[in-house]
Design a protein around this ligand. Structure first.
Ligand SMILES: *Cc1c(COP(=O)(O)O)cnc(C)c1O
Length: 423
């Protein structure tokens, strides 16, 4: 059952009517369902149960709000982090150090030091120069760094080009045919301990075949490394499982099918498996609540101008992504319209010639599937404040990131003294 549903003609998040939140907090506002996230986490864990005790490390970048992280940490999830900021957030949310994986192609020495001193499960290294830097940092702080190499399996994820990461021309990972040499060379670097291998081929994957190809290549590489005398303890299979954005499209693979595929492919690997789901956990656990400012006539169809914009939800303009729309309290009837935000960019369009619930100025609308890569990617372009975030849990709700006023943003900036003298 969706955790966003109509009750008495009004959309609720769990037991809370969305107009209550809009009235108290204003719009636009992100609304997250804690129980939707929990049920996604539970479904994934159940599907992975045949694999023993895998580490499920939630990809923090999908939605880094501290309340979200705290709820997921309480479900037993670890964290996949890609910056010092994310590492600190995960720790602040109560994620145990040994459940944290540090990914990313450009880790700095300062970020390495932070995670080494605080502790972690492993660094996923993406190049040999990165291993050399980590070796120096590890020696300087007197710790041994657990590491895995992220391989680039050269498979086409079949996803949008901007969120595909597993092809040879992408910046990510070590080319698979250089991995054995890198592991050999690693042995001469003090302060590093090879734990295993990792792979992550992209996001919003809607077919299992590319994942299966990548996992099979990882398995082959594990066997090769073992035959060369390396001890391999972990295999990190990354994230990337897609969620449904367009209800009329083919649903993405289920977690059950994913779990069955992984179970079949990893039989006999004798490693601890690690998973890094992001979107799967939070994507459909959030909506962006927005108000229709006005309706303007257009040459093809009317423009529905809402108070959310591309700075709040970048995915449509960045990835041509589809987001489903609905009226919070449908009046009955439908219309065809372009849904646009107020930002001064022609790309500030959420949907073109879209059939949607008939709405008029002042109506509340919700933009679905806004729990992942939404608030996380928001900015303040056009001097628009970041949209606040609300977490709903059953009948309770709280603002988990408030809206800052224009004064607060202005107070962050300074005019240099020589310009002030001009008056
Ligand atoms: C972004 C990312 C993930 C999460 O991807 P989803 O598609 O949200 O599951 C996992 N691992 C790495 C290394 C990532 O960069």
């Amino acid at each position: 059952m969706s955790h966003f549903h109509l009750r008495d003609g009004v959309t609720h998040c769990e037991d809370v009517p969305l107009p209550t939140i809009a009235q108290a907090v204003g719009t636009p506002v992100f609304v997250y369902s804690a129980n939707a996230m929990r049920s996604q986490a539970k479904a994934l864990r159940a599907a992975l149960a045949p694999l023993g005790d895998p580490l499920v490390a939630y990809a923090v970048k999908a939605n880094p709000n501290i309340a979200v992280l705290t709820a997921l940490a309480a479900e037993g999830l670890g964290a996949d982090v890609v910056s010092g900021g994310e590492y600190r957030r995960a720790r602040a949310a109560g994620v145990a150090p040994d459940k944290i994986v540090f990914s990313g192609v450009g880790k700095t020495a300062a970020e390495m030091r932070l995670a080494l001193e605080g502790g972690l499960c492993q660094f996923n290294l993406e190049s040999f120069p990165e291993a050399e830097m980590l070796s120096q940092v590890a020696q300087s702080v007197g710790r041994t760094a657990p590491v895995a190499f992220r391989i680039n399996p050269d498979v086409d994820a079949g996803s949008h080009a901007k969120i595909s990461t597993g092809a040879a021309h992408n910046k990510f990972g070590i080319p698979i045919d250089e991995t054995a040499a890198a592991c050999r060379a690693l042995q001469s670097l003090p302060g590093l301990e090879l734990m295993g291998l990792a792979v992550h081929i992209g996001s919003q994957l809607t077919r299992l075949a590319p994942l299966e190809a990548a996992i099979a290549k990882l398995g082959g590489m594990i066997a090769q490394l073992r035959s060369e005398g390396h001890r391999i303890h972990t295999a990190d299979l990354g994230g990337g499982l897609g969620v449904q954005y367009d209800p009329s499209s083919q649903p993405p693979p289920s977690v059950e099918d994913y779990g069955a595929m992984v179970t079949r492919l990893t039989r006999g690997w004798n490693v601890r498996l690690i998973f890094e789901p992001g979107r799967l956990i939070v994507g459909n656990s959030g909506v962006l609540l927005t108000e229709v400012i006005r309706i303007k006539s257009g040459p093809r169809s009317p423009f529905v101008i809402v108070d959310a914009a591309m700075n709040d939800l970048l995915r449509p303009s960045l990835y041509d992504a589809w987001h489903e729309f609905g009226a919070v309290a449908p009046r009955g009837g439908e219309m065809v319209a372009d849904v646009v935000g107020p930002v001064c960019e022609s790309g500030d369009v959420f949907a073109l010639a879209r059939r949607l619930d008939r709405v008029q100025a002042g109506d509340l609308m919700l933009i679905h599937t806004a729990g992942a890569y939404a608030a996380a990617m928001a900015g303040t372009y056009n001097s628009r404040a970041l949209a606040p975030e609300v977490l709903v849990d059953g009948g309770e709700w709280a603002v988990v990131r408030p809206r800052r006023g224009d004064e607060a943003y202005l107070a962050d900036e300074d005019v240099p003294p020589w310009l002030k003298r001009a008056e």
